[in-house]
Write a protein that binds this ligand. Structure first.
Ligand code: URA
Length: 211
C-alpha cells in the first residue's frame, strides 16, 4: 500500500501556512492533504492538479463539491467506473469501480497554482503510488501540470511525452498514459473542453481496458 501525506505534512511551507490559516477562517473545511479516493486495486488512476478551495479542500475527497467534479464524476458514472449516486459530499456513498482519483499536488495551493518546488516535493507520493498499484494499466492526466508531474514521477523525459488533449503514450510495457485537458470550469466555459471531448477519452480508455 502506498503512503498518503500526513495531515500535518510540512514539505511545502507556503501550502502548510495557507492551510493553517484556513483552519482558522474555515474551520468546517478539510484543510489538509486530500487523500486519493477509489478502488484500492484500480486499473485506471486519474491524476488531477490539486484540491480546489471549495471542492476537495472543503469536502476532503478529490474533485468533490465543485464544477470540475460534476464533470469528472459524470464521466466516471457514464463509463461504469462508479457505483451509487455522486452527491458532491464525502458521505454520498459513491464507490469507484476499477478507478482511483488523486492529485499531483495533494494540498490546496493559493490561486490554484502550485509552484514547481511544491509539485516536486509532492511527487514522491505519486511515484510511490504508481509503483505500488500492481493492477494499474492506465493513468489519465488532467491538464498539463498534472501530465508533466506524472511523466516526471515515472522518471520519464517531458520532451518524449508532450502534453496534448487525447494523447496516448505507451509506458512501462503495456501501461498507458492518456492525457486530457483539465475538466475545469474555465476550460468547459470556453469550450476548450466539451463534455463530448472528455467522454470520448473515457470511452477510449474503457475500450483499451476491455471493460
Ligand atoms: N479538484 C481536485 O481535486 N483536483 C483538481 O485538479 C480540481 C479540482
Amino acid at each position: 500500500m502506498f503512503q498518503e501525506p500526513h495531515r500535518d505534512c510540512d514539505k511545502c511551507p507556503r501550502l502548510r501556512s495557507f492551510l493553517l490559516g484556513l483552519r482558522e477562517t474555515h474551520p468546517d473545511y478539510y484543510n489538509a492533504p486530500v487523500p486519493s479516493f477509489g478502488d484500492p486495486e484500480p486499473e485506471l488512476l486519474i491524476v488531477g492538479l490539486a484540491p480546489g478551495m471549495h471542492g476537495a479542500n472543503r469536502t476532503g475527497r478529490p474533485f468533490t463539491g465543485d464544477w470540475a467534479g460534476d464533470l469528472l464524476y459524470a464521466a466516471l458514472e457514464k463509463h461504469n467506473f462508479s457505483k451509487g449516486q455522486y452527491g458532491a459530499s464525502i458521505d454520498d456513498g459513491l464507490t469507484l469501480n476499477k478507478a482511483m482519483i488523486t492529485n499531483a499536488v495533494r494540498c490546496l495551493p493559493p490561486q490554484n497554482k502550485p509552484v514547481g518546488a511544491e509539485a516536486a516535493a509532492c511527487r514522491p507520493f505519486l511515484t510511490d503510488q504508481i509503483a505500488s498499484l500492481n493492477s494499474l494499466k492506465v493513468i489519465l492526466t488532467l491538464g498539463k501540470i498534472s501530465h508533466d508531474n506524472t511523466v516526471r514521477a515515472l522518471g520519464l523525459r517531458l520532451k518524449d511525452y508532450p502534453f496534448g488533449h487525447h494523447k496516448v503514450y505507451e509506458i512501462q510495457g503495456d501501461r498507458r498514459i492518456y492525457s486530457s485537458y483539465h475538466c475545469s470550469r474555465y476550460n468547459t466555459n470556453t469550450r476548450r473542453l466539451t463534455e463530448e471531448m472528455f467522454f470520448e477519452v473515457f470511452a477510449d480508455i474503457r475500450k483499451f481496458l476491455s471493460l
